[in-house]
Design a protein around this ligand. Structure first.
Ligand code: NDP
Ligand code: 8X3
Length: 249
């Protein structure tokens, strides 16, 4: 029987590439994000390969998140795979200069948003004693780098939540995985630096991971046999050794 995956942040980058990868393998898709036109165009591109439904909500908005997920039609209600991917960095400032708005955005989206979506999806999984939750963390969740302070904190929280989920959902046979990439060339830098040349320079002088590289790792995790759970993947592009060392030309 075909599986159904709900992907947050499916309008761009890693989430959109994962939607394409899953569609290739015939997984039904619930694609989430705030930009409806983007959701429509991803749906259009993938509808020949699989069944696609879109949900437009901001993961920061608790009520909208629950209402949107509750509104899913029968065909898409049983979520087998949850990809908690929506998120971003906002700013790169030493802690003494950091913006409170940026801090709020990162904690509200990357941490609390992930919890709201999970809270809405987990009851169906525990009831069916079946499911796979993949949380998109980051190398920033394993290692703090200069000026990364709150973004790193949000991704450390994602890793702790992932490990907590794996423990608490163990009695139900639900798989929980963390996929932690280093630098991936997406809209991430545009959001972090609010556009401009600093954003454009982030991926210059080396070959960063591409969103498709991460999508393949995610599909690897979801396509293991029932007795195998990929707990944690840390992946870098070859040019990157850790959060601070990147070999650039
Ligand atoms: P993108 O900026 O390309 O994509 C981010 C996605 O998140 C978009 O689809 C966006 O959709 C969605 N999103 C952002 N804010 C919200 C919100 N408030 N409510 C709902 N959806 C939201 O970045 P990436 O693909 O790179 O990032 C995806 C995940 O990967 C993030 O969690 C990020 O932290 C993580 N990551 C990224 C790395 C990188 O170097 N790029 C490295 C390691 C991890 P929309 O705007 O339409 O709502
Ligand atoms: C994204 C990777 O190094 O910009 O999570 O924090 S990094």
């Amino acid at each position: 029987m075909k599986k159904t995956a709900l992907i947050t942040g499916a309008t761009s980058g890693i989430g959109r590439a994962t939607a394409h990868e899953f569609a290739k393998h015939g997984i039904n898709l619930v694609l989430c994000g705030r930009r409806q036109q983007r959701l429509d165009s991803v749906k259009k591109a993938l509808s020949r390969e699989t069944d696609v439904y879109t949900l437009n909500f901001d993961v920061r908005d608790k009520q909208n998140t629950f209402e949107a997920i509750d509104s899913l039609p029968e065909q898409f209600r049983n979520i087998d795979i949850l990809i908690n991917n929506a998120g971003n960095a906002h700013g790169l400032d030493p802690i003494e200069n950091g913006s409170i708005e940026d801090w709020d955005a990162m904690m509200d989206i990357n941490v609390k948003g992930l919890l709201y979506v999970s809270k809405a999806i987990i009851p169906g999984m525990t009831e069916r004693k079946l499911g796979h939750i993949i949380n998109i963390g980051s190398s920033a969740g394993k290692e703090v780098y200069p000026k990364g302070n709150v973004y790193c904190a949000s991704k450390h929280a994602v890793l702790a939540i992932t490990e907590g989920m794996r423990i608490d959902l163990n009695p139900y046979g639900i798989k929980v995985s963390a996929i932690n990439p280093g630098l991936v060339e997406t809209e991430f830098s545009q959001v972090r630096f609010k556009g401009g040349s600093q954003a454009d320079n982030v991926y210059k002088g080396y070959k960063a991971l591409q969103p498709e590289d991460v999508a393949e790792a995610i599909y690897f995790a979801v396509s293991r046999p029932p007795h195998v759970n990929i707990a944690d993947i840390l992946m870098f592009c070859t040019a990157q050794a850790n959060s601070t060392i990147v070999k650039k030309s």
